[in-house]
Design a protein around this ligand. Structure first.
Ligand code: SF4
Length: 327
C-alpha cells in the first residue's frame, strides 16, 4: 500500500460520507474534506465540521457559484420528483471537487454514494454520466458501493485495496448503522439534512422564482428560506411570517431592495427585489397591511424605503388605492 496516497472527499456530514472517508483512511490514504454549501440548504445538527473533527481531517467549505442558478434553470438531465436537478447538481459539485483535487494535489475523489439509494442520481447510468461530465472518469471512488462498479484508477493503481470496499445497494441503511456502531459513531446515525429542492413546497417556491425572475443570483435563491412569496411584473415580494423572519429580511436586504413595514400595528416586514414600479409598491403595501394585525376596514399606514426615498402609503388591506399617495 502506498502510504502517500492522497484523496479529497465530498463531505456532507451525513453518515454515508463519513463512513466512505473512514474506509479509505483505514487503508492509509490521507483525506481532505470538501463541503459544498448550497444557499438554500438549512444547517443540519450533524455538521461537516463535527464529521471532519471525528475523522481527524482538514475541511474546506466552498459555496457554489452564481452559475449554479443555470443548473437549476436549465438542467440537461431534468428534475427529480421535486425541483431537484440531481444529476446536473452532482456534475456541478464533482466539477468543484475536481478543481479542489487538483489544488490539493490529490489523486482521486471519494464520495458517500450508495448505488440506487436515490432514484435519480445514483443509478449506474447516472453515475457513469456524472463521472464523464465532471471530468473525473475513473477517479471517483465510492467505497460503499465500489464492488458493484467498475474498478477505479486508484484501485487499479493499488492505492486502495478493492477487497476492503463494499457492494451496498438500495435504500436500506442497516449495514451503515452496523458500521457506525462498530466505529462508535453514534452522533451521525442519520443522513445529513435533506435537500429542500426535493421537498414539494420548497421545490414549488424555487420553480416560481425561476420562472418569474429572469436574472437571479444565489442571494435571490436564499430568500426562499424566509417568508411568503409573491411575484409581480419582474419583482419578487417577500413578506415575513414572524419577528425572526422580519429580522432575517432586514439582514439580507441589499441597497437595491425596497422594504415596507406597518408600524401602527404588529405586522410583517416585506421586501421587494427586482423591477420596482408604483404598481408593485402598492401591491406590496397591500400585502404588508393584509398580513398585519390591522382591522380589515382600517386605512393602514405602510412605511416604505426604496433605494432612493422613504415615505408612507395609506392603504386599506382589502383594496388597492386608485391613486398613488403623495409623499
Ligand atoms: S438532492 Fe439537492 S443537493 Fe443533492 S444532488 Fe439533488 S439537487 Fe443537488
Amino acid at each position: 500500500m502506498n502510504m502517500k496516497a492522497r484523496a479529497v472527499a465530498l463531505l456532507s456530514g451525513g453518515l454515508d460520507s463519513i463512513l466512505a472517508v473512514r474506509m479509505v483512511q483505514d487503508q492509509g490514504v490521507e483525506v481532505v474534506g470538501l463541503n459544498i454549501v448550497l444557499p438554500f440548504v438549512r444547517k443540519s445538527p450533524e455538521t461537516p465540521e463535527a464529521a471532519a473533527e471525528w475523522l481527524g481531517i482538514r475541511l474546506v467549505k466552498e459555496q457554489v457559484g452564481d452559475d449554479y442558478v443555470t443548473v437549476l434553470r436549465r438542467p440537461r438531465f431534468g428534475y427529480g420528483k421535486g425541483f431537484n436537478p440531481c444529476i446536473d447538481c452532482r456534475i456541478y459539485m464533482l466539477g468543484m471537487a475536481r478543481r479542489f483535487m487538483d489544488r490539493e494535489q490529490a489523486e482521486f475523489v471519494i464520495t458517500g454514494d450508495v448505488l440506487k439509494q436515490r432514484p435519480k442520481s445514483q443509478t449506474p447510468h447516472a453515475l457513469k454520466i456524472e463521472d464523464k461530465a465532471s471530468g473525473l472518469d475513473g477517479l471517483i471512488l465510492r467505497p460503499l458501493s465500489a464492488l458493484l462498479l467498475k474498478p477505479t484508477i486508484p484501485e487499479q493503481d493499488g492505492l486502495v485495496d478493492r477487497g476492503k470496499l463494499l457492494g451496498l445497494t438500495g435504500r436500506s441503511r442497516r449495514t451503515q448503522l452496523e458500521m457506525a456502531e462498530r466505529y462508535g459513531l453514534h452522533a451521525f446515525s442519520t443522513p445529513a439534512g435533506g435537500c429542500p429542492l426535493t421537498f414539494r413546497e420548497f421545490g414549488g417556491k424555487a420553480r416560481s422564482l425561476i420562472s418569474n425572475m429572469h436574472e437571479l443570483t444565489l442571494e435571490d435563491l436564499s430568500l426562499l428560506t424566509v417568508g411568503r412569496h409573491f411575484y409581480r411584473k419582474g419583482a419578487h415580494i417577500v413578506v415575513g411570517r414572524n419577528r425572526a423572519q422580519n429580522n432575517s429580511l432586514l439582514k439580507v436586504r441589499t441597497p437595491k431592495d425596497t422594504v415596507l413595514q406597518v408600524t401602527a400595528y404588529p405586522g410583517p416586514v416585506s421586501l421587494i427585489r427586482g423591477t420596482l414600479s408604483w404598481d408593485t409598491m402598492l401591491a406590496a403595501a397591500q400585502l404588508t397591511a393584509a398580513y398585519s394585525g390591522a382591522p380589515s376596514d382600517a386605512m393602514v399606514p405602510v412605511e416604505y424605503a426604496t433605494p432612493k426615498r422613504t415615505g408612507t402609503i395609506l392603504i386599506e388591506p382589502s383594496a388597492l388605492p386608485q391613486q398613488p399617495p403623495t409623499r
